[in-house]
Design a protein. Sequence first.
Length: 577
Amino acid sequence: MRRAAAILVATVLAAGAAVQATRAEPGLSHAGGSLLATAALLAPGLLAAAVGLEAQRRRPRERYGTLLALAGIASFLPELAGPGAGSSAAFSAGLVLAWAAPPLIAHAALAYPSAWTPKLVRATIALGYASAIGALGVLAALTFDPPAHGCVQCQANLWLLHGDAQLQTRLEQVGIAVTLAWAVLGVTLLAVRLARASAALRSIAWPVLVPAMLVLSCFAVELALSLRRGFLATDQVDRWLWRGQQLGLLAVAGGVAAGWLRARRSRGMLARDTLDLASQPVAGGMRERLARTLRDPALELAYPVGDPVEWIDATGEPLAEDSPDGLATTLLRSARGEPLALIRHSPGTLADPALVDEISRASGLALAHERLQVEARVQLATLRASRIRIVRAADDERERLERDLHDGAQQRLVSLAVTLRLASAAPVPGAAGRPDRAFDEAQRELAAALAELRVIAQGLYPGVLTDQGLAPALEALSENARVPVVLAELPRGRCSAPVEAAAYFVVSEAVRGAGPTGVTVRLAREGDTLALAIESDAGALDVTAAEDRIGALGGTVAATPLPGGRAELVAELACES
């Protein structure tokens, strides 16, 4: 508050002194004595000071607001470096600070919307102040004696140490030359800043950078014209160049103010997008809207999910830990300060902190809504993965049991049957006769047990399914079924083991529950999709069990009633699920 009050008081005093000086000596001032000239003097400086103070209030951590306000004050001071100054203090201030506005404007432009601080930039800013204020102001003022230079109407120079007209002229020429070199470097640096900026930053910064280039260009031309004569004057050409600088300052202030309007417009667009997305939520909708509004197609958006937090995009995929080259990262927070979303964007897209706040406020509801959708997708993916693991674990256990029965109990029974057959054929010494009937009965029971064991083993997990694939396994199932099984189409291509197992057991369950009319099975592969159609009695189709098996792999199941109490179950799933 104290700094703002001090700037406000300084603005009023400098503006009043400048108007008084132009009215006192209109022919020797830059503005002149007309009403229009007074407006050209006051409007840019007052607007720059007002916009700078407001920018300082909005973004107290950023420097460009204060710099712009100081540039507005400095724009009045060239009028005080002439005979119209009303006091020695004002005249002395004008001698030293008459050309402080250009470096202040350049500094403000390079700091907008956030500071650009490479070493070359910092060195250029320092050179600007040193040349325009130090060399062109202080050094020249130390040896400037107004009466000796023919300015008898001028006030006393409070900076004067030793009056030497020849030395003062040389020092002023050196100051002009050094400041001219800086002005050319400043224009170049502003142009480089504009050229290297991303599309998003360029759209924000050009209304400030381009007018700042105009100010420095007019200043450079004025210095170049003054280099020969050895001093800065107020002839007709100088006045037009001064007006160009005033116009540039006015545009710089307008560019900063336009940024607020642009942010307000972006907030309105994002608010409308919030309503649209709330009524028609689309995965990734906020990323698309933000990318379009901020003009940054490379923008990525992710949400915090889980504990510990993992950043997940709108499709449910984790965000890569390493940011792609050249992308910056900005964290959006809710009104409570909690992490809301993470944005990866081109450098400069969100360089304006005010725009970040606008996005958080305007899109907070939509971002929170999409975050809930992301959390739901992640939970759904976790549930699906859990179902897949359960189904695969069950199938693996079936296969293990089938293998244990085949390699263990079944082999033992086969060995026992062979031993029993050999024993029944061998004579028993000392025995009155062989119990043929008992041996035969035992062999029949053993054969029946072995057959039942084979059926159980095949029902658990048919080995042919693992070894040869789905089509041969269904053919074996149809041959051993107790009801008619018609295999209309059987493609020979292989799918992943979980997919083949799911299709096989859905058919197996339908065959097991089918009536005398039997089952018709059609199997087709279209690209990477396996389509299974089963026609049977309506009561024989367990749609819920089929949905559990097929749905675990991300497939779909639909049942359609047919005439005659029959129904058709159609399942589709990706071959590599």
